[in-house]
Design a protein around this ligand. Structure first.
Ligand code: AMP
Length: 432
């Protein structure tokens, strides 16, 4: 039997996991600075949550959702995105009374898309949601955070911005789009013919080649005075921040819940799948899901694509052991194990993530040192029978081969820490 990871999924390990960890730690730090709290929602939710929020005729729901029925006949779906779950939690826990709720999340999302470079069926997002505030200042806070995130990661990206209009300009726009495609119905896929009746803006977002071609020359949204002013408030703020942007009137985003300002960040260094982050306002979503009227804005960034773009220098260096403990002979196994435990306690109390490794295999000194070398350990700690008798292990600086006694066997972590300080200092001094 040869079982492989499902198509469109992958194991995150080695350099890739180091990149993901770096992305997550930078994101976590920035979200804290901007005052967002973490939320972890379930990876599956009621199917209806997504059909009602992301939208029934979107690609995400109609073609890409991992929907299933559980053993009791409940209709569930693996989450294709994070905002709907946050909105659900906001309503469920009655957070409207808080006035303002700022949340961030990170985790896997699932979409049955055709896998290709930068596109997976299980992919990872980090995102923020700012609920309860409908001002341009709130839009700007999330856009600034998005831009800051990419800047901190050293990833150049372009900000594209659009305004999807209020109910009125949106429905006028829908009618204009409907009229435009009415004459081109033959070129549309069957889904888009359906969309044209139910939700014409979705036709602009279809990925089918013929639909894309048919969309060339489609009208752009004409914003009413109020929406135009709302957009200007955001662009004026961006200018003040010194953030560059392009207004792109074709940017509709693939989810129905968006209203008002929407944005996307793209990287020229990626191929066809060039979007690294997308977001916008969704002022009606919470009410549509049965909650109180609550304006909201947020974004999600795709970690798989960001990981690909992370500069080499920003990825953490490979880890190497601080100490590699070698016990020589059957009699030394217990004291060597106790010494390893002690060294790990010292490492933990230093508050850093120093790695203490032990040779768990009974090998010759030569073979053990070879392994310490291979792992690029900074020091080897050698414990033979003489060392057990004297209570002092042999400390060896792997790079120079210099050795010194280290009296730590049976000592307290504090005593061991002091002895390490002295002995390592001595070896370092010998080197000069
Ligand atoms: P969306 O939730 O569609 O607005 O997407 C937000 C971000 O998630 C995108 O800009 C991508 O970076 C990322 N993303 C969306 N779908 C995928 C996918 N299938 N594979 C990898 N990343 C994705």
């Amino acid at each position: 039997m040869n079982i492989q990871a499902p198509r469109g999924t992958r194991d995150l390990e080695g350099d890739l996991i180091a990149r993901f960890q770096r992305l997550e730690s930078v994101a976590r730090r920035l979200f804290a600075v901007y005052g967002y709290e973490e939320i972890r929602t379930p990876m599956f939710e009621a199917d209806e949550l997504f059909t009602r929020s992301v939208g029934e005729v979107t690609d995400i729901v109609s073609k890409e959702m991992y929907a299933f029925t559980d053993r009791k006949g409940r209709k569930l779906a693996l989450r294709p995105e994070g905002t709907a779950s946050v909105a659900r939690a906001f309503i469920e826990h009655g957070w409207a009374s808080r006035g303002r709720t700022k949340l961030w999340y990170a985790g896997p999302m699932f979409r049955y898309e055709r896998p290709q470079g930068g596109r997976y069926r299980q992919f990872f997002q980090v995102g923020v949601e700012l609920l309860g505030v409908g001002t341009a200042a709130a839009d700007l806070e999330t856009i600034d955070l998005a831009a800051r995130l990419l800047e901190e990661l050293g990833i150049p990206a372009r900000l594209r911005l659009n305004h999807l209009g209020c109910g009125e300009c949106k429905s006028a726009y829908g009618a204009a789009v409907q009229a435009f495609f009415a004459a081109r119905q033959e070129a549309l896929c069957p889904d888009c013919r359906d969309r044209l009746r139910k939700n014409p803006l979705r036709v602009l977002d279809c990925k089918v080649e013929t639909c894309r071609a048919a969309a060339t020359g489609a009208p752009a949204i004409a914003l009413c005075a109020t929406c135009a002013a709302a957009e200007t408030a955001v662009t004026a703020g961006l200018a003040q921040f010194g953030l560059e942007y392009d207004v792109d009137r074709r940017l509709v985003r693939g989810l129905d819940y968006y209203t008002g300002v929407v944005y996307e960040m793209t990287s020229a260094a990626l191929g066809a799948q060039d979007a690294v982050l997308g977001g916008g306002r969704y002022d009606n979503l919470i009410e549509e899901l049965g909650g109180p009227k609550t304006p909201a804005v947020g974004f999600a960034a795709g970690l798989d694509r960001l990981a690909q773009l992370l500069p080499e220098t920003a990825a953490p260096a490979a880890r190497r052991p601080w100490f590699y403990v070698i016990g020589l002979g059957a009699e030394t196994q217990a004291p060597a194990a106790a010494t390893t435990r002690l060294l790990r306690r010292v490492a933990i109390s230093r508050g850093r993530e120093e790695w203490v490794e032990a040779d768990l295999q009974a090998r010759s000194l030569k073979a053990s040192l070879r392994r310490a070398d291979k792992l690029a350990a900074e020091y080897a700690i050698i414990i033979g029978e003489n060392e057990v008798v004297s209570g002092a292990a042999t400390l060896r600086a792997m790079r120079t081969g210099a050795q010194a006694p280290l009296a730590i066997l049976g000592r307290s972590p504090e005593e061991a820490a002091a002895a390490i300080e002295t002995a390592c200092g001595k070896l370092a001094a010998e080197r000069v």
